[in-house]
Design a protein. Sequence first.
Length: 123
Amino acid sequence: MARAVAEPDSRVDAWLRSQPKGSRDLCVAARTAIAEALPGAREAIKWGYPTWVGRGNIVAVAPHADHVNLQFYRGTSLPDPSRVLEGKGKALRHVKLRFVKDLRTPAVKGLLRAAWRMDQEGT
């Protein structure tokens, strides 16, 4: 049974307001998509970025000059049949978001659901 959606964190609100307009819009859209896919995950600011936490760190939003990274903390363990995850870290992988519509792709939605399921199952 899914838990209720956690309350937004005022520190994340402040962080979003501090972002340049172009990045802010994409970050806000990412926040909405994450809240829908990770019911009950709590928002926090970790390492300077909004991070969603369940049993552990699940996903973060990190803006760059021309895109926003959706960072999956256990990305190397996620199923990625569309091969959209990038990165070479020990566990972290990311998806580059350039447009709000990128959040609506089956690949990104699937990664978010899989990350939440993995966190909740403790695997």
